[in-house]
Design a protein around this ligand. Structure first.
Ligand SMILES: *Cc1c(COP(=O)(O)O)cnc(C)c1O
Length: 390
């Protein structure tokens, strides 16, 4: 149905395959395996001669529905769902890379992604160069003969640096490499990396795709030649998405656009308000004209997104005061939820890297990150204002 319908419609209807009961809402198939009519059918299914479900580590109809819907939203040929965002990234790396290969990754990746490339894949002979996210020359200069993959995340966490997707895609393709974009912060509602030249998109579905903080999930979407390789790894290694989680995410996709738009509008209002507050030294939000890559962000994203970071005067003490003065906002490092969350990156998400590395990454002791939800903007301002006033 992809050619005929708008993404707004696909978010609600793509992937539906009704069973013999003609259910209206998508069915949840809680089954680990599937039965065959006879021995010959079983053999044909196992050999791949005949299409169909065999075992839920490979495929499950509820998971397939979610994959079809997300592929439609990303404008991807195919999608493979995984147990979490991290297993999506791991599966992509295992599918595309081998010992001796080299990866170019943007600085300021999600902490576990940085660990995966920097400390785990490196044990297996896969080397990663981390480059400043916004410096195209640095990506170009990092290319080696065995560079196979470029991996970027945009906007970055927590400083909301914006990577020029089309620019990095051109550099990757000139090097005969693949560009993967972690599209977690924007979701396909605000940013469609494949249209900008990326080859593959990865998601933590745990965040905006579910959107209500209920389940873990992940996905890889892109050309079928790539997702087929990911599926081969997945069906052997097993970090598959559970049907229940797929069903939750499938329903989450139906409200993704209205949530993203409303949460982004809230975030923009909050960012503008924060810029006016005494004691706030700097606000990091791609939707503000003061953001260094504002023009680029407005070209490749539909809005600034729902993550706002800001630096308060007075370091850790002042930042913790803002956190501790909240009565409604959740103090947690999670994001992508209808409930607004606040975190102090220097002592939570980025607490385990050295103070020097943190300073180099620009994550100061006065920095706070707010993942803006759907509550009333006036209540959000009041909840933050208490701590800002000191
Ligand atoms: C949360 C997150 C991940 C990891 O996803 P999980 O579902 O927690 O495994 C990867 N990338 C980004 C940008 C994230 O925010």
């Amino acid at each position: 149905m992809n050619d005929q319908f708008d993404p707004d419609t696909l978010a609600i209807r793509a992937g539906i395959e009704r069973s013999q009961f003609n259910e209206h809402s998508e069915a949840l198939y809680l089954t680990s395996s599937f039965v065959f009519e006879n021995a010959a059918k079983a053999a044909a299914r196992f050999s791949g001669e005949e299409e169909g479900n065999v075992y839920a580590r490979f495929t499950n109809p509820t998971v397939t529905a979610m994959q079809t819907r997300l592929a439609a939203l990303e404008g991807a040929e195919a999608c493979v769902a995984t147990a979490s965002g991290m297993s999506a990234i791991l599966s992509l790396a295992m599918a595309l890379l081998q010992a001796g290969d080299h990866v170019v990754a943007s600085n300021g990746l999600f902490g576990a992604t940085q660990q995966l490339f920097g400390n785990i894949l490196s044990k297996f002979g896969i080397d990663t160069s981390f480059v400043p996210a916004t410096d195209l020359d640095a990506y170009r200069a990092a290319v080696r003969p065995r560079t196979r993959l470029f991996f970027v995340e945009t906007p970055s966490n927590p400083l909301t640096e914006v990577v020029d997707i089309a620019g990095v895609a051109a550099i990757a393709h000139a090097a005969d490499a693949i560009l993967a974009v972690d599209n977690c912060f924007c979701s396909p509602v605000l940013q469609r990396p494949l249209e900008l030249g990326a080859d593959v998109v990865v998601h933590s579905a745990t965040k905006y795709l579910d959107g209500q903080g209920r389940v873990l999930g992940g996905a890889v979407a892109g050309r079928k030649a790539i997702t087929d390789e990911v599926l081969k790894f997945l069906r052997t290694a097993g970090p598959t998405l559970s049907p229940f989680n797929a069903w939750i995410i499938l329903k989450g996709l139906e409200t993704l656009r209205i949530r993203m738009e409303a949460q982004s509008a809230n975030a923009l209002a909050l960012a503008r308000w924060l810029e006016q507050q005494p004691g706030v030294v700097r606000v990091y939000y791609p939707g503000l004209p003061s953001h260094p890559q504002h023009a680029l962000a407005m070209r490749q994203q539909k809005s600034g997104g729902a993550i706002v970071s800001f630096e308060v005067e007075g370091g850790r003490e002042a930042a913790w005061r803002v956190v501790d003065a909240t009565r409604m906002i959740s103090i947690t490092a999670n994001l992508g939820d209808t409930k607004t969350t606040i975190t102090h990156p220097a002592t939570t998400t980025h607490g385990r890297i050295t103070p020097e590395a943190r300073a180099a990454a620009g994550i100061g002791e006065g920095l706070l990150r707010v993942a803006v939800g759907l509550e009333s903007i006036e209540d959000l301002k009041a909840d933050l204002e208490r701590g800002l006033r000191g």
